[in-house]
Design a protein around this ligand. Structure first.
Ligand code: AMP
Length: 419
């Protein structure tokens, strides 16, 4: 690379330009508000963690850990990973700061960037953003219903069409090994027809077979695999049925998807995804579930928990036609070098004493150029300050929508905008 060649962003990452961030901020504000409405408080965890957290937390035979982590050894010999998901870091923080001892129930939310070395495509990036929640402390189905309903109501609020809640239960750990034995017994006779990864998983972590994207493997599963939700014990089944009945109460439509086991090892009981057919092949808006064993597995007290993570880029894709623009309130037109000092003071006062936003001319253009810029910025008002106005002590305030122009004494401009 010569020193003059242009450096580009890394494949699978995206710049959000100002025309984008104005939409993101609008959307994020609504999501913050929604989470807070349900009593959730925000957490922010570091961008990188010890690799072990993800290996132990997510499971070493998951796609995320086995193929997708940005993992490196730093100069001090520490094995580190850029966070590929947020449940494990939030659980780590929950244990480390003893949040469970301070309060029996902890409702936590996040909005953050994640990193996975996946094959980039529409709706699939290597750095992407998620918003989500983790609710610690309740084993009861009303908490499952709350978590699902928060996700659902966010998408409803944005008026997203073609939504589907797909839900399943994979039960507690007690039923896992007899079920896995049954699954292996049914699939080993047809294992030659399964892909290499499925064959490896069949021996080691057979539930992960359901994550395989190969259509041939999926049709073998359809034909031969028993479904875990048909093997729940009485308590797990009662829990699942209660979750469904609470969703009925909340009038949230759902589909029982018996193959939905979710791609990470920590899930127990309820698993769910919300999809929208408006998204095309990467149709998952969000996914989540219970993880009653994870806190203990990572060294904390046994604590039931449930959460979801939602892709922000996927939401923005569905909201492609959202029209939000940054429009400052006032453009301060400055004509002549001698008015600059008065102008910057006036802009400063308006910003401090009113809630209006003011931008001022920084390029010393003529009147025509500045008015053109004011129009381009779609401001509501332009204030014209030239040497004549300085002398007379009266500026002109132009309403850019009606075109009406008013004389306003310089010392009354601030109060004029204290509407
Ligand atoms: P997961 O953490 O894999 O359960 O994903 C939860 C949600 O995050 C998905 O439903 C997607 O909306 C989003 N997501 C996951 N991976 C990516 C990615 N590589 N790029 C963009 N969004 C993603």
């Amino acid at each position: 690379m010569t020193s003059k060649s242009r450096i580009q962003n890394i494949k699978g990452t995206h710049d959000l330009l100002p025309v984008d961030t104005v939409k993101w901020q609008f959307v994020e504000k609504i999501i913050h508000k929604k989470f807070q409405q349900y009593g959730y408080s925000e957490i922010r965890t570091p961008a990188f963690e010890h690799s072990d957290l993800f290996i132990r937390g997510i499971g070493d035979d998951t796609d995320v850990v086995s193929k997708e982590m940005y993992r490196w050894t730093d100069q001090g010999g520490n094995d580190l990973t850029l966070k590929p998901e947020l449940t494990a870091p939030v659980v780590r923080a929950y244990i480390q700061h003893q949040l469970g001892r301070k309060s029996a129930i902890n409702r936590i939310y996040y909005m953050d960037s994640l990193f996975r070395r996946e094959r980039p495509q529409k709706g699939r990036q290597r750095q992407f953003n998620q918003f989500g929640i983790e609710a610690f402390g309740s084993p009861y189905p009303e908490m499952d219903a709350e978590v699902i309903s928060i996700a659902y109501s966010i998408y409803e609020q944005f008026d997203i069409k073609n939504l589907a809640v797909r839900i399943n239960s994979i039960g507690g750990t007690e039923i896992r090994s007899p079920y896995l034995k049954l699954l292996r017994d049914k699939l080993i006779p047809v294992s030659k027809e399964l892909c290499k990864t499925c064959n490896r998983r069949l021996g080691k972590n057979a539930l992960r077979l359901f994550d395989c994207k190969n259509p041939n493997c999926q049709s073998i599963l359809d034909e031969h695999a028993p479904f875990i939700s048909d093997h729940l014990d009485e308590d797990d089944l009662a829990h699942f049925n209660s979750v469904l009945s609470f969703l009925d109460t909340l009038e949230i439509p759902y589909i029982h998807d018996k193959k939905l086991v979710r791609g990470l090892d920590y899930y127990t009981h309820t698993t769910f995804e919300i999809t929208s057919s408006s998204l095309g092949s990467q149709d998952a808006l969000c996914g989540g579930g219970r993880y009653n064993g994870l806190v203990e597995q990572l060294g904390g007290d046994a604590t039931p928990a449930i959460g979801f993570a939602a892709g922000t880029e996927r939401l923005m894709l569905v909201l492609e036609n959202l029209e939000i623009e940054d429009k400052p309130d006032i453009y301060l037109v400055l004509l002549g070098e001698n008015v600059i000092s008065t102008g910057i003071k006036l802009a400063d006062k308006i910003r401090k004493e009113t809630r209006k936003s003011v931008i001022l001319e920084p390029s010393r253009r003529g009147m025509k150029g500045q008015m053109k810029e004011a129009n381009r910025k779609k401001v509501k008002w332009a204030i014209l300050l030239g040497e004549n106005e300085m002398e007379s002590g009266i500026v002109q305030v132009k309403d850019m929508i009606t075109g009406e122009q008013k004389d306003v004494p310089l010392d009354k401009v601030v109060s004029y905008f204290q509407l």
